[in-house]
Ligand binder design. Sequence first.
Ligand SMILES: NC(=O)c1ccc[n+]([C@@H]2O[C@H](COP(=O)([O-])OP(=O)(O)OC[C@H]3O[C@@H](n4cnc5c(N)ncnc54)[C@H](O)[C@@H]3O)[C@@H](O)[C@H]2O)c1
Length: 389
Amino acid sequence: MSNSISRQKFLQQTAMAGAAVLLSSLESFALTKADKKLKVAVIGCGSVSNRYLPQLQSSKLIEVVSLCDIKYDRALAQNKQYNVNAKTYPNIHAMLQGVPFDMMVTLTDMQVHGELNKIALLAGKHVWSEKPMANTYAEGKALLDLAKSKKLRLWGAPAVVNSPQFAFMSKAIQEGKLGRVASAHGQYGHTGPTWSAFFYEKGGGSMPDLGVYNMATLTGLLGPARSVMAMLSIVKPERTVDDKGKIKVEAEDNAHILLEHDKNIISHVMCGFNFFDTHGHEAGAQTLHSIQVFGDAGNMRLIGYDWETNGVVLDTAETQPPKLMSTDKGGYEWQEGARVTGESIVKGIEPRINVEHALHVLEIMEAARRSSATGMKVKLKSKFPWPMV
Ligand SMILES: NC(=O)c1ccc[n+]([C@@H]2O[C@H](COP(=O)([O-])OP(=O)(O)OC[C@H]3O[C@@H](n4cnc5c(N)ncnc54)[C@H](O)[C@@H]3O)[C@@H](O)[C@H]2O)c1
């Protein structure tokens, strides 16, 4: 017990020290940019840009000035489709020599996020990156060190901690409504993307594409994981995808990950590209309990997905029968991370999304691969400011 108290104190102090450094860089930006919009460059104009572009355009504090894709026709097409009126570029180097911008939003294949984010930081740009922000924890940590040394901001998806349902669940746990929390479970799967091969190539997989959401939610709710054990497998060794035809699947498409948190809490994430699911991104009607938390005085079940939240069932002695609560999304959308963090720079405020949390999840995924390959439990070293709400 005394260990966990001192660890929590340590985390709080680390968080405060980190927040002080971050706030000073945010404040200086906010002062110099008070009358300006944040100029944003989007790199990667594929599927997810259809969600990001309208979201960024909805902000009065953000202007999308550049669009870039190595498949250049995609940058042109998205510029037209969403009336962005941005300059378009066929690669990052051309974009960095083009119109000035403040923040890069990275929406490319997962495997090149780290190298592109590094180039942007070296060029003095803030970065929001789709997940994962790098291929390895070491690469991600080096990016954060680089960002800090240049007084720049770096953030990584997902944005699940922004939902009112996450806040509701976190508060319920912190207020002791569930009693002593023991176990939790998260699951997310579908039958896999059909448009691009990178999801199935080395560095891809269902963990960085799907399990990452549950890992962010469960660590966000229960605190940093101390160690990981996992079993990963490839259920479908061949796939046919739009950009490369028939391919060999190299990254796991089926994963079970056990996380050990402080106070002997254990959580479990199950994800994969072979789960029947009729909802896809239109998950407003999804009734699955994708996140479940169990304590000795109560349980909680998140309805829908942690990225598309439809309410929380609270099941305690006081709520008998179990009560559906927190059904209002409050405007939360899973694709809001770049907008929210971009706006936080302009406003000079610290958002709830935290880069050390994204780095911790990256370390979990790397540890899960190692655990599955060796059969061993893998200890983690990263932490993040917690509790988040
Ligand atoms: N598609 C979704 O609904 C969705 C949802 C949430 C998160 N994501 C994440 O978003 C990222 C992109 O996924 P997607 O589905 O949009 O993939 P996609 O294949 O549709 O688009 C990726 C785009 O990046 C471009 N690209 C690749 N390397 C590049 C480089 N070096 N420079 C410039 N452009 C480059 C590709 O040409 C392609 O147009 C992934 O990290 C994915 O996990 C996707």
